[in-house]
Design a protein. Structure first.
Length: 136
């Protein structure tokens, strides 16, 4: 990757991740990637993930942060996850903190489940002020 001076990464103030109707220029781009990393989805659309420069200025990572993605992106990914889960006969959907909790309810719903299992620790307040108990 070129130095992170804007030559290979760019601000994403207009989008975070976005769906395209197909490959730009009609074919998959080849590395080195500039600005985004393209991910082919099963329905033919392409998910463009922004590249985020690493501190060394020479490398970057593709960024998918589910709880910051658009509804369109989350919905599309949840649909594909549900289709894959359907082929396994999944009887239960478990949401792992934190980012799995974005997809789990949508996947469970698409599979016809009434609910999903959210995993995680939470604190329950007790009647005694200032005391809490960790419920696991």
């Amino acid at each position: 990757m070129q130095r992170a001076n804007g030559a290979s990464t760019r601000p994403t103030t207009a989008y975070w991740q976005r769906l395209l109707n197909g490959w730009p220029d009609g074919r998959p781009p080849q590395p080195p990637y500039r600005f985004g990393y393209p991910v082919a989805l099963p329905d033919g659309r392409v998910l463009e993930l922004p590249l985020r420069a690493l501190p060394d200025g020479k490398h970057a990572v593709a960024s998918l942060i589910a709880n910051q993605a658009s509804f369109e992106v989350v919905t599309a990914l949840a649909h594909h996850m549900a289709e894959l889960a359907r082929t396994t006969g999944a009887e239960l959907v478990v949401g792992m903190p934190t980012l799995g909790l974005t997809f789990a309810p949508l996947v469970a719903e698409r599979l016809g489940h009434a609910r999903y299992v959210p995993l995680g620790d939470f604190v329950v307040a007790t009647k005694d002020e200032g005391r809490t108990t960790k419920d696991e």
